[in-house]
Write a protein that binds this ligand. Structure first.
Ligand code: TXA
Ligand code: MG
Length: 323
């Protein structure tokens, strides 16, 4: 009973009507699929937490059709406006103090004095947000703690029957979530590495951007971002230098020999291609590995620069101990 809507004017209008009425609609952005609701509607926002099984302390990102619409809800700083000018629409989320008359539900911001805002890229999501005219909160459209969805089928695999509709926007070109930067204090802090690399951010800011201590060693960063996350059913083993016959292999660059079940993130070692193929690969190896009775997923080394930082962050969480 979850409707699959097509990426055409009628599908977009239907999605907007469902959101207006307080329903839940998943849609594709350039990063991953989000599960959207009217940010000003407490009941709709609560329904997101219920559908995902998400802890209430984990706040949501609000999505807007334009930077002007976003900055009407938060106290924008000159640095925020500069970054928005440079990277919006695109995979960058800014954490800023809520404006005095902020229309975003306090449930969506988990009672924090700040709100996370972004203007996503993509013709369809832009048309949808324009049709809505209100902020739309959207976490990734997966059950809490599981692998994020990068196409419409991934959304249905996790949430079919729990949400009103999915607007099929095709596969997500970036493939990992947005970069989150906290601009609510004097110096910018990277809370989550994502589609805009740290190198791009530092170049734009003209200064070093602090990263969360230990962000590359499985410590939670943004509030509510639990350490175990993006977890497939099979255990994940990082930095593999060899692979056993009873393991699946998530390869990067030339694949290690030894496994009969391989998903190569990028045979050429291209980190952007690897990011776009990451979540589909984890899902495929998990499902097919399970079917074949394999015992785990071995992951080859991915370099820690550029998009590699976001890929490694997701892999480390996928490999961290489950609660
Ligand atoms: O690319 C993305 O960002 C996707 C698409 C759908 O836009 N969304 C996404 O949402 O990844 P989600 O809920 O999976 O991750 C949102 C993250 C959480 O880790 C949360 O802690 C952080 O944003 N966050 C939200 N509001 C915050 C705030 N006020 N301060 C700090 N972190 C915040
Ligand atoms: Mg998520």
């Amino acid at each position: 009973n979850t409707r699959l809507l097509h990426d055409d004017p009628q599908g977009i209008e239907t999605a907007a009507a469902i959101l207006r009425a307080g329903g839940l609609v998943a849609f594709g952005t350039e990063t991953v699929y989000g599960l959207g609701a009217d940010a000003g509607n407490d009941r709709a926002v609560r329904a997101i937490y219920t559908a995902k099984g998400r802890p209430g302390i984990n706040p949501l990102i609000s999505h807007f059709a334009s930077a002007d619409a976003a900055f009407a809800q938060v106290e924008a700083t000159p640095l925020a406006r500069m970054l928005a000018g440079r990277f919006w629409p695109g995979p960058l989320t800014l954490v800023l103090p809520r404006a005095r008359d902020c229309a975003i539900s306090t449930i969506a911001t988990a009672g924090l004095p700040t709100a996370a805002v972004r203007v996503p890229a993509g013709r369809t999501i832009h048309a949808l947000l324009t049709a809505c005219g209100f902020p739309v909160v959207a976490p990734s459209a997966n059950p809490s703690g599981r692998v994020s969805p990068s196409d419409a089928q991934h959304v249905l695999a996790g949430l079919d029957g729990r949400i009103d509709a999915v607007l099929d926007c095709g596969p997500c070109p970036v493939g990992v979530e947005s970069t989150i930067v906290d601009l609510s204090s004097a110096r910018p802090v990277l809370l989550r590495p994502g589609g805009i690399t740290l190198e791009m951010l530092e170049d734009a800011c003209g200064m070093p951007v602090a990263t969360m201590a230990g962000s590359d060693d499985a410590r939670p960063s943004a509030p509510g971002q639990l350490s175990s996350h993006y977890a497939p059913g099979l255990p994940v083993r990082l930095e593999a230098r060899s692979v056993a016959a009873n393991e699946a292999l998530l390869a990067f660059g030339p694949a290690l020999p030894g496994s009969g079940l391989v998903w190569n993130l990028s045979a050429d070692g291209d980190l952007h291609e690897a990011a776009a193929r990451l979540f589909a690969g984890l899902r495929f190896l998990d499902m097919e590995g399970h079917r074949r009775g394999l015992v785990g997923i071995a992951v080859q080394h991915v370099p820690a620069h550029g998009m590699g930082r976001a890929i490694r962050d997701r892999l480390i969480r996928a490999a961290s101990p489950r609660p």
